[in-house]
Design a protein around this ligand. Structure first.
Ligand code: OOG
Ligand code: NI
Length: 471
């Protein structure tokens, strides 16, 4: 039988990330600066780590981190989320995590979101490209009255974000694990093009109507197509990046979102962003005439990733965030990150291994050759803590591959000029991971379960290697 070599998901995904970056860099020049500065920061951090004899690859290979990007798109309801899922499946990207941004901040962000990303650790290591994907909650009556909702639904129903040709190729790539070279090229061309900023005229009155409710609603339901609204490189030292971008005269948002900088391990995700410049767009005015104007919807963002938390660790994290809010409400006037640093120091262990041993974070365990094993417990098992203390086992962090709803809301918000309008009364539509799964037509996976499974697999392998249960 003749076999054709397939361009497999990991390669399709890596090429997709590069193609989107080329397109985005040409459209948003500040992005190119951000990538340059990120590269320089990563090279400097890696050199400093090497000099100290520390591991450079602790949070993923330098190659992975340098290529690493996440993007974001926003779509309307009805058929669009389902089609987005089909397109991303072609690249081995699956929905992980449910984020409800409608209540995550004081601002009006009428969306629920997930992130499409690779799931398997080997796929993540090959290329972890992810796309944060938000779906407009058109049925949330706190934002949209009946006539607006009806018109939104009609508007979204009438547009076609993805061609049949793209969807067919995507379905084939998903089903067959990849595509032959020529079809792979075509898939990449069509998929990248689908996320390009549209040049079609925007209906001024309709856009403005939606913008009064929410700038995000206008960016989804007031324009003829979807587009990548930011593309985010990953850095190994976000505070240093923040300094260097500010030095270049790029105004970043006030602070880094997420956990504070401190002397202990990086947990979860830290992010910061800057507002992009206004971009020229064409408008159709009420009298039918065409004019040019500008919209400011796209921005730049950068992130630093830390260790993934267990369910218990995430509960603690959420309690610490609440504690920071409470202290500030009670009169601590310092910046949020300074208050947070104190709270962190009071409540969190100072090393990755201690976080993992306390059941708060996810690590992969690895036997070190040559070290003497500790004695067994009364029940014949070996204690993980004793193995680590004896230097027989080391703990490597499992990287947090997901997002934080509060940071995401902060990122949305910091790039809007207006907080919009939301009726605080009844009418909020119910959304959860299950409902989003039904909308997408594919299961939304649980990020904590994925990270803890990865940890469990490494513990099982260690037990098998030592032929003794490790507890
Ligand atoms: C998405 C904002 C969220 C992140 O990194 O938290 C996000 C958007 O603006 O569409 O990308
Ligand atoms: Ni982002």
């Amino acid at each position: 039988m003749m076999t054709t070599t397939l361009v497999v998901h990991a390669e399709l995904r890596a090429r997709f990330a590069v193609a989107l970056a080329e397109m985005y860099g040409a459209e948003v020049p500040a992005y190119t600066t951000l990538v340059e500065v990120s590269r320089a920061v990563n090279a400097d951090v890696a050199a400093a780590l090497r000099e100290r004899g520390a591991e450079v690859d602790r949070y993923g290979s330098l190659e992975r981190v340098t290529a690493e990007r996440h993007g974001a798109i926003r779509v309307g309801s009805a058929r669009e989320p389902e089609q987005v899922g089909r397109v991303f499946a072609a690249f081995g990207m699956h929905p992980v995590g449910f984020y409800d941004l409608r209540d995550a901040s004081a601002s009006s962000v009428p969306v629920v979101s997930t992130a499409f990303r690779p799931v398997d650790p080997a796929e993540l290591a090959a290329n972890p490209f992810r796309v944060f994907t938000s779906v407009l909650a058109v049925d949330d009556a706190r934002f949209f009255d009946a006539p607006t909702r009806e018109r939104l639904e009609r508007f979204v129903e009438e547009r076609h974000l993805f061609s049949e040709e793209l969807l067919d190729l995507a379905d084939r790539a998903a089903a067959e694990g990849g595509l032959p070279a020529a079809e792979a090229d075509e898939l990449l061309r069509l998929a990248t093009d689908a996320f390009r900023l549209s040049t079609e005229p925007v209906d001024r009155a309709w856009y403005s109507h939606l913008e009064r409710i929410s700038a995000v609603a206008a960016d989804v339901g007031g324009v003829p197509a979807t587009h990548i609204n930011h593309l985010t490189p990953r850095v190994l030292d976000i505070d240093e990046l923040y300094r260097r971008m500010s030095e270049r005269g790029i105004t970043m948002i006030d602070e880094v979102q997420g956990p504070p900088a401190w002397e202990g391990p990086d947990v979860l995700l830290r992010q910061t962003s800057f507002r992009a410049l206004a971009e020229e767009r064409t408008f159709r005015e009420a009298d039918g005439s065409i004019s040019t104007g500008a919209l400011r919807v796209r921005f730049g963002e950068v992130e630093q990733r830390g260790i993934a938390l267990t369910a218990a660790g995430r509960d603690l994290y959420d309690r610490l965030v609440a504690e920071v809010d409470a202290r500030r409400a009670a009169g601590d006037a310092r910046a949020r990150v300074d208050v947070a640093r104190d709270v962190w120091r009071e409540h969190l262990p100072r090393t990755e291994a201690d976080l993992v041993l306390a059941g708060l974070a996810c690590g992969e365990v690895r036997l070190v050759g040559g070290a003497a094993l500790p004695g067994r417990e009364a029940d014949g098992s070996l204690s993980l803590r004793a193995l680590v203390d004896a230097g027989a086992v080391v703990v490597d962090p499992v990287v947090y591959e997901d997002f934080l709803p509060r940071s995401a809301a902060g990122i949305f918000q910091s790039n809007l000029t207006d907080s919009g309008t939301k009726d605080e009364g009844a009418g909020g539509a119910e959304y959860d991971a299950e409902r989003l799964s039904a909308i997408l037509g594919r299961p939304v996976l649980d990020p904590i379960a994925l990270a803890t499974d990865q940890m469990q697999r490494s513990l099982d392998a260690l037990s098998a290697q030592l032929q003794t249960p490790v507890t």
